[in-house]
Design a binder for this molecule. Structure first.
Ligand code: GLC
Length: 559
């Protein structure tokens, strides 16, 4: 039979199932983005109102950190109800409106899923506390009898990621001290028992719930911790390797092989949708094991935190990029790049401090000294962050940007103790300040009680210097960081090509130069002296050129 040509016109535009492979994804920490109702807390309508801003910025997708009902014991990563919106942030209708507005603007939406633990206010945990030892309700979490004559000692000496013990004792319904439950994070975040079929079913339901509402993908929180081997004897804390050191899946809770069965099930569900829902694992695992999370039969993509953990250093950057692209070739999963997120000190600040190893390196000492030691060179940090971000945006794979980095925002250190919210601050008195400094609400305008964030003071205080970074200020400023991001993202979109890169060796090892298959060059000068530029047209540079040369700490794109 011949089909008349007009019936071949599809009712819906053809969806590109590969959109995520080289997307620029912008992370929104919703309580600190934009407050539409003046309660000091950012909300869903606030995001909807800023869709034109996001569209103008030129991102492909938003990754939305948790917006679910929560007591905010861990910034929303303590979820009371996985299929609802926090009342203070809005309603499901507001959520649907936001999805439509984003989609109308051509922006996809990735939401955060927190499967390792719920909050202690989740209906299931309340039920577990009200139910006896050995009950089905307790089986959804990880309850154990304590050690010692009366069970007064925890089942093991394990420490929580946020400091302090990983076990807490409960009071039984009859008022006596009873069993202990495991929480790898805060006390308010009891770990689920993923051996339990009810837990598995419920998460499938949640993934379907949001997928049916039009969500395009998921970011999986602590994706490497779900499965646990808690057979006695539990190893002593001192004998256990660090989170990202195990390479054989034998750690009692980090990166066990069985976790991938769960993700295979999730992938089957994601693939029922058109286009298939995407997923990215937050898995702080050994680099050799990351590919398991990223494979096509699994989540499809995994965060690579290597650049985020690296010092600003040409050699380290080159090695990290080469290694991750080689891994991509093997797994077929595109790489992910990221410098900043809601868990780490902003990269503009990290790069303004002396070089040092580790996720937060010298930034930790700086935070603990109240921002005096070591001395922060704010200008240098900003300059380097701009160079690094421009380099990142030229790499094959997807780039994850964190709200405020497009303004060149620095970490806020001057938060009074009484305003701090992060559990790591409360669980480590005197030795940790926590992550609030990168979560301070965005400055939209130079004036106003909350610098345009909302009509009342923001839930974390904004310092006076934030006003000079405001969106409205940068929109009027030549050479602003916001202008740089907008221009770079627009160019990236038009230049994007095959997921490959070739290094071009430069006489100076402090100069990183690579070219994409379509002739798109990116050159970064990490050296203190200006260096000559390769031939071609300069499309953009992170700082002005110096008499036709590429100055220190600057990236340029050339075609
Ligand atoms: C992830 C989140 C972090 C949170 C933790 C516990 O690492 O990024 O913000 O505190 O998981 O859910």
């Amino acid at each position: 039979m011949t089909i008349p040509s007009q019936t071949l016109v599809t009712a819906h535009p053809v969806q590109d199932a590969t959109w995520w492979r080289q997307a620029a994804v912008y992370q929104i920490y919703p309580r600190s983005f934009s407050d539409s109702n003046g309660d000091g807390l950012g909300d869903i309508r606030g995001i909807t109102a800023k869709v034109p801003y996001l569209q103008r910025l030129g991102i492909d997708a938003v990754w939305l950190s948790p917006f679910y009902p929560s007591a905010l014991a861990d910034g929303g990563y303590d979820v009371d109800d996985y299929r609802n919106v926090d009342r203070r942030l809005g309603t499901l209708d507001d959520f649907d409106e936001m999805v439509s507005a984003l989609h109308d603007a051509g922006i996809k939406l990735i939401v955060d899923i927190v499967p390792n633990h719920s909050s202690n206010r989740h209906a299931w945990f309340r039920e577990a506390l009200a139910s006896p030892k050995g009950s089905a309700a307790r089986e959804r979490y990880i309850f154990r009898d304590g050690k010692g004559t009366n069970g007064e000692l925890p089942p093991s000496d394990w420490e929580s990621v946020f400091g302090g013990p990983a076990w807490d004792r409960v009071t039984e319904p009859d008022g006596t001290s009873g069993q202990w439950y495991l929480h790898l994070f805060a006390t308010e975040q009891p770990d689920f028992n993923w051996e339990n079929p009810e837990v598995r079913q419920d998460f499938l339901k949640t993934l379907r719930f949001w997928s049916d509402r039009g969500v395009d993908g998921f970011r999986i929180d602590v994706a490497h911790a779900l499965m646990k081997d808690l057979r006695e004897p539990l190893p002593a804390w001192a004998d256990m390797p660090a989170e990202d050191e195990t390479t054989d899946g034998t750690h009692p809770f980090w990166d066990r092989d069985e976790v991938h069965e769960i993700y295979a099930g999730w992938r089957a569900l994601f693939n029922e949708y058109d286009p298939p829902r995407t997923a990215v694992a937050e898995a702080w695992v050994h680099a050799d094991r990351r590919g398991r999370y990223a494979r096509a039969e699994g989540l499809g993509q995994a965060f690579n935190f290597d650049l985020l953990q690296s010092a600003y250093d040409a050699g380290q950057f080159r090695e990290i990029i080469t290694r991750n692209l080689a891994e991509s070739e093997v797994t077929g999963a595109p790489s992910t790049w990221v410098f900043s997120n809601h868990d780490v000190v902003r990269h503009a600040t990290r790069y303004g401090l002396p070089k040092g190893p580790g996720r937060n390196g010298p930034a930790h000492a700086w935070l603990m000294s109240g921002g005096t030691e070591p001395v922060l060179d704010r200008e240098l940090g900003t300059r380097r962050a701009r160079a690094a971000s421009l380099l990142m945006l030229a790499l094959p794979g997807s780039s994850y940007l964190y709200q405020g980095e497009e303004l060149g925002l620095h970490e806020v250190v001057e938060i009074p103790d009484t305003d701090r919210q992060d559990p790591t601050f409360f669980r480590n008195p005197g030795s940790e300040i926590g992550r609030d400094g990168c979560r301070v609400p965005l400055p939209w305008t130079a004036e106003g009680v909350a610098l345009g964030f909302g009509a009342t003071a923001a839930h974390l205080p904004q310092p006076a210097w934030f006003s000079s970074y405001a969106v409205a200020v940068q929109e009027e400023q030549d050479g602003s960081t916001l202008g740089l991001y907008r221009e770079a993202l627009a160019l990236r979109r038009s230049l994007q090509s095959d997921e490959q890169l070739k290094w071009v060796d430069e006489p100076n090892a402090q100069v990183l130069h690579f070219v994409r298959p379509n002739g798109w060059h990116s050159v970064t000068n990490f050296a203190p002296e200006p260096v000559p530029l390769p031939a071609g047209t300069v499309l953009i540079s992170s700082s002005p050129l110096a008499e036709g040369k590429l100055p220190a700490d600057t990236t340029a794109w050339i075609i």
